[in-house]
Design a binder for this molecule. Structure first.
Ligand code: GAP
Length: 444
């Protein structure tokens, strides 16, 4: 099988995502809205599966991490304390000649426009990335509020309530998945840099003495998650230590993924020291110290954070999964010579098992089989077109297993299961189908 690499992979992914209803521009009929993306039926199925996998690995399967679902809009003082209102921005300048806008720290020469070479530039100005809104009926400065720019701040703010309610003792973590908003000046690379996106963050509270040990623990745990559960290859992910550290941080590292456009940050693992807790203590005038019953000491917890974008994970999965193959087997009776296939790990595939009746006469029996299977897997009943075309359709959305119900099925109580990656077909008895698929989809 020949693998074709011509053409721009990113463009192919974007095109497939729109054509098959994974992701497309928000408000498309109005020309789209830059930096905002909608997830269609297959997209939302895979997004929710990734979210659930992260939640199960980071919260449900741990006895030292608990969950939170906070509001998107919190008291404006939260963002004053966190530093977002005063410092969360990019220094930008505009070219007066070609009207291009640039981030000054990304310009090879800050005095020269990298697009047209002009030196006729506006003085550098700071653009704050926080999205503003108003709460209440009056639209004035007193009623300004902000959409959260990261999901972690409400975790710091709620730390004490959660600790008391759960009777958790340090070290323990609080995790949250939710929307964040940033008024990115240059949203780009499909969903990679969006203005509205989802984050999956976990803040781990511990003592200062233990913090580096936990930092190393989470760094390793998160790397293994990508390798073992999302099945990223060793050459697709790497660590990138931060060159500059915030004054309060002891360490910070990014896990980068090799996207079609190059290496990009997927997740940050940050030692945040006591910075956030001390700022919220100062601005709220509340004592946020932790009393350690073992030592009798009171101290502000040190925080180690793991922070990943859900949309970037989604894009990384698609970049990893996308494959084009020429010359499909004659066996499948297809004459087109291009097979697009997404090698998505079965546990997060939008459709895990598709049921395909071989003839219209078998539609009802196939539908009954699907209704049985949908209690256990994400399923689809694919009725139209010849069987080869249906296989191709399922390949394109990454369905790992197609179950064909044929005229023999009534006699031998068996179906044919076709594997997306090997394209091998196996006859499996209906009584053994669940056990067979469980092993394939979940590995047990
Ligand atoms: N609480 C720490 C924090 O928010 P960050 O490095 O700014 O750190 C964490 O963001 C993760 O959120 C990034 O690694 C990335 O996956 C995702 N992210 C950040 N900005 C994004 C954007 N504009 N669009 C999509 N994802 C973004």
């Amino acid at each position: 099988m020949e693998i074709t690499t011509e053409g721009d992979l990113m463009e192919k992914i974007v095109t497939l995502c729109k054509r098959r209803g994974f992701v497309f521009q928000s408000s498309e009929i109005y020309g789209g809205f830059n930096g905002f993306w909608d997830y269609g039926p297959y997209g939302v199925a895979m997004k929710k599966a990734i979210e659930q996998l992260w939640w199960s690995e980071m919260v449900e399967k741990r006895d030292n991490v608990v969950g939170l679902d906070s509001t998107i809009i919190c008291h404006p003082k939260v963002w004053k304390a966190s530093g977002h209102i005063d410092r969360f921005g990019d220094i930008m300048c505009d070219c007066r000649d070609c009207k291009a806008r640039h981030r000054v720290d990304q310009m090879p020469d800050p005095k020269v426009c990298p697009v047209c070479g002009s030196t006729n530039l506006t003085p550098p100005r700071e653009f704050n990335l926080m999205m503003k809104t108003y709460v209440g009926p009056v639209f004035d400065d007193e009623h300004v509020a902000y959409l959260r720019a990261e999901t972690c701040q409400p975790i710091f703010v709620d730390f004490h309530l959660i600790r008391i309610a759960t009777r958790m003792q340090l070290p323990f973590g609080i995790a949250q998945i939710g929307k964040s908003f940033r008024n990115e000046i240059t949203p780009r690379m499909f969903t990679f840099r969006s203005r509205e996106f989802s984050q999956m963050e976990m803040e781990f509270f511990c003592s200062e003495e233990q913090s580096m040990e936990w930092y190393r623990f989470w760094k390793e745990a998160r790397y293994n998650y990508y390798r073992n559960l999302l099945e990223f290859r060793e050459d697709e992910i790497q660590f990138h230590d931060h060159d500059k550290l915030a004054h309060y941080a002891k360490a910070a590292v990014d896990i980068e993924f090799k996207f079609p456009f190059g290496w990009g940050e997927l997740e940050g693992i940050h030692h945040r020291g006591t910075w956030d807790m001390s700022r919220h203590q100062e601005f709220s005038c509340q004592n946020l110290e932790y009393f350690d019953p073992a030592t009798g000491k009171k101290y502000l917890p040190t925080v180690v954070e793991t922070s990943v974008g859900l949309d970037r994970t989604f894009l990384a999965v698609l970049s990893h999964a996308y494959d084009e193959q020429k010359a499909p087997t004659k066996k499948e009776g297809i004459d087109e010579d291009l097979r697009i296939v997404l090698h998505i790990p079965p546990r997060i595939a939008p459709v895990q098992v598709a049921v395909l009746p071989l003839s219209k006469k078998l539609n009802d029996k196939a539908a009954a089989l699907q209704k049985d299977l949908w209690n256990f897997y994400r399923t689809e009943l694919d009725l139209t077109g010849n069987i080869g075309k249906r296989y191709r359709r399922q390949d394109e959305i990454g369905t790992p297993y197609c179950v064909t119900y044929d005229f023999e099925s009534d006699n031998d109580n068996a179906v044919t299961v076709r594997d997306r990656d090997s394209m091998e077909q196996e006859r499996v008895s209906l009584s053994n189908l669940r056990a067979y698929l469980d092993k394939k989809v979940f590995g047990y």
